[in-house]
Ligand binder design. Structure first.
Ligand SMILES: NC(=O)c1ccc[n+]([C@@H]2O[C@H](COP(=O)([O-])OP(=O)(O)OC[C@H]3O[C@@H](n4cnc5c(N)ncnc54)[C@H](O)[C@@H]3O)[C@@H](O)[C@H]2O)c1
Length: 260
């Protein structure tokens, strides 16, 4: 499916990023991994801190031109400080993406790992818009403070980072249409990776309820093929979309809301 293609995969050192790199390689692609930690099993690796503007700019300069896609998978869970969550999951992702677009091949695909945690964006439009006015160089901690995110104990910073990512992806449905470059989100439900415990810890009973209603949490192998699809030629009419892969959780929530 990906013969002759080259993809850049962030978060390649663990969990969904590692699995995505393996799936893409098995499907014929060359994979360039990016992470703050060393990644095994990729064709090339660049170490970078995606919360640091200088590190991202150096990464963009170092990455080769002509890649066929970017999978923005690196992320931190809600147990991290609110400003770190927003920086890695949103502002760093944006800086890398916007920096890299001029170097991507025409027709390239961008897949952003959002989350079921981004599901509630329609109820948080104003906060998403406010968050999206910042960049990695803004005073993100001050924003977190004024929005009450530092004092929050149930992971609002994480939810907001993913809601705003879903919104930003929609806003960019046609930004690079003249070059055939598409951008979409993939939104998993709870997935068994090293950060699943962080979600359970932060969300407490809410996570326990989700786990009860699901047959099982997802695995990286449930998600990686969807990211691969989002990067592929087969997904070329998906633009600004949010592909949910969550064992039915978003359908379950919608069914409850609308009493279906
Ligand atoms: N696991 C889940 O339940 C779940 C559910 C929905 C969405 N997601 C999202 O999927 C993505 C991957 O998560 P995962 O579950 O595979 O977690 P993971 O912890 O296994 O992998 C995340 C990777 O991101 C890297 N990373 C974190 N901060 C970084 C930084 N500043 N610079 C560079 N790299 C950095 C880590 O080193 C790690 O390799 C994340 O965006 C996460 O929010 C996860």
């Amino acid at each position: 499916m990906h013969d002759g293609k080259t993809y850049i995969v962030t978060g390649a050192a663990s969990g969904i990023g590692t699995e995505t790199a393996q799936v893409l390689k098995a499907q014929g692609a060359t994979v360039i991994g990016v992470d703050r930690n060393a990644a095994e099993g990729v064709d090339a690796f660049h170490q970078a801190d995606l919360s640091d503007p200088a590190s991202i700019d150096a990464l963009v300069a170092a990455l080769p031109s002509g890649a066929d896609g970017l999978a923005n998978i690196a992320g931190v869970p809600p147990t991290a400080p609110a400003s770190t969550v927003l920086k890695v999951n949103l502002y760093g992702l944006q800086r890398l993406t916007l920096g890299l677009v001029p170097k991507l091949a025409d027709g390239a695909s961008i897949a952003n790992l959002a989350s079921l945690a981004g599901f509630g964006w329609p109820n948080a439009v104003e906060q998403c818009k406010a968050a999206l006015e910042l960049t990695l160089e803004s005073d993100v901690n001050e924003f977190a403070e004024t929005q009450g995110l530092n004092a929050d104990t149930v992971g609002r910073s994480y939810f907001l980072s993913k809601e705003a990512l879903v919104v930003w992806t929609m806003q960019n449905r046609w930004t690079w249409r003249d070059r055939g470059i598409t951008m979409n989100c993939v939104s998993p439900g709870p997935v068994e990776t090293p950060i699943l415990g962080d979600f359970v810890q932060t969300l407490g009973e809410r996570a326990a309820e989700d786990m009860k209603v699901m047959d099982r949490p997802g695995t990286p192998a449930d998600v990686a093929p969807v990211v691969s699809f989002a990067l592929s030629e087969n997904a070329k009419w998906f633009r600004g979309a949010n592909l949910t892969v969550d064992g039915g959780m978003s359908s379950h929530i919608l069914s409850n809301i609308h009493q279906l």
